[in-house]
Design a protein around this ligand. Sequence first.
Ligand code: KIV
Ligand code: NA
Length: 263
Amino acid sequence: TRAVTALSLLGMREAGERISVLTAYDASFAALMDRCGVDVLLVGDSLGNVVQGHGTTLPVTLDDVAYHTACVARGNRHAFLAADMPFGTYSTPQAAFDNAVKLMRAGAQMVKLEGRAWLADTVRFLTERGVPVFAHLGLTPQYVHQLGGFRVQGKTVESAERLKADALALQEAGASLMLLEAIPAALGKEVTGLLAIPTIGIGAGPDCSGQVLVMHDMLGVFPGRKARFVRDFMQGQTSVEGAIRAYIQAVREGSFPGPEHGF
Ligand code: KIV
Ligand code: NA
């Protein structure tokens, strides 16, 4: 198997091959997911929830993500490795670049940032300096207190139009991937049609270029309330490896997510 790159992900989108993404936080799971053929591994700041036990991602630090990125990088061989920039670490382009460098040194090949069109200058600053960017729109969990909870976004005509404009601005600024979280399935489809870069959905319907799940959710080990867009892939499997392979297969063939996982 050849290593996945930002360029090969774009090629997958153009060929209509769906992209499978999973979060990972340690070397052993990263190695297993990589062996199963996952396209992208994301060291998500969801580690604040699933590893550290916090209620939000806000307490996660750059050092936390750098540590877990280094762990994942040691286990990974082929998957493209993305890492989340934590809350408060990219408020200016220069700060974003300095902090992204730390994650790249730890082994990240791309950084993910939450934010709308205001972030375009930062995306341009990073991409011009060799840091590929994964943009994140819709339900952006670092904005939980601004959004008034973990709520589906883009439900009104105005907010849907604004999200489309944001997505175009971030693509224009150089983003390589676009994460769409918790938006109506119809809007996920529309944004995917509008953009040339791949969209990765989580609660954004079946028509995105790829899908992501938090590993603890897809293995049914997260103790909290199960979000609507989650499927427990351990159901019907007898091993963790079987569940990971079932997830990747379901994303590839388009059987996950189903209508029941969408908004
Ligand atoms: O932190 C995370 O795991 C994420 C994914 C859910 C997309 O941002
Ligand atoms: Na995240």
